[in-house]
Design a protein around this ligand. Structure first.
Ligand SMILES: [Fe+2]
Length: 167
């Protein structure tokens, strides 16, 4: 018999993936905060670190509502994205170019999370888990807001600086 028999099983599987992914993000963000130059970018990363801790708590509540232990399952996708980010931070780059690259790395992470939270939100809704859906929807919204904020930061300051640095 297949291990994933139902949408319920898939929901739990994906929540375990997200729970592990968020934990990886909490460990990676302090390095990104250190590597960022403009105070606005540092502040955005700092805010997202705090938000991520809240998201982990919501995931724990979701597990509880589903009667499952809060347990992660290694998220290879996030590990890969963060590994690429780490390698990039080791590059010798102009500060403004590094900032642009940090934003790019962070947005890749956000898009992974938006895809995952979008899916689990849909599953929870289809399965009639209203409270779980509500919790996951809050996380989804925060990721979307963060992504938009990063786009604005990239457009307003950082990409302009990177262009100037290359002139
Ligand atoms: Fe997150």
């Amino acid at each position: 018999m297949a291990k994933l028999k139902s949408l319920d099983d898939l929901l739990v599987h994906e929540l375990q993936d997200l729970y592990n992914a968020e934990g990886q993000i909490v460990r990676a963000l302090p390095k990104m905060i250190k590597a960022a130059n403009p105070p606005e970018l540092r502040a955005a990363f700092e805010e997202h670190l705090e938000q991520t801790e809240g998201q982990i708590e919501r995931l724990e509540q979701a597990f509880k509502l589903l009667g499952m232990p809060a347990k992660g399952k290694k998220c290879d996708g996030m590990a890969g994205l963060l590994e690429e980010g780490k390698k990039m931070m080791e590059e010798d780059a102009e500060p403004a170019v590094m900032d642009a690259a940090l934003i790019s790395a962070a947005q890749k992470v956000e898009h992974y999370e938006i895809a995952s939270y979008g899916c689990v939100c849909t599953y929870a809704e289809m399965l009639g888990y209203e409270q779980v859906h509500d919790l996951l929807g809050q996380n989804l919204e925060e990721e979307e807001t963060t992504d938009e904020k990063l786009t604005m930061l990239a457009e307003s300051v950082i990409n302009v600086e990177a262009e100037e640095a290359g002139e």
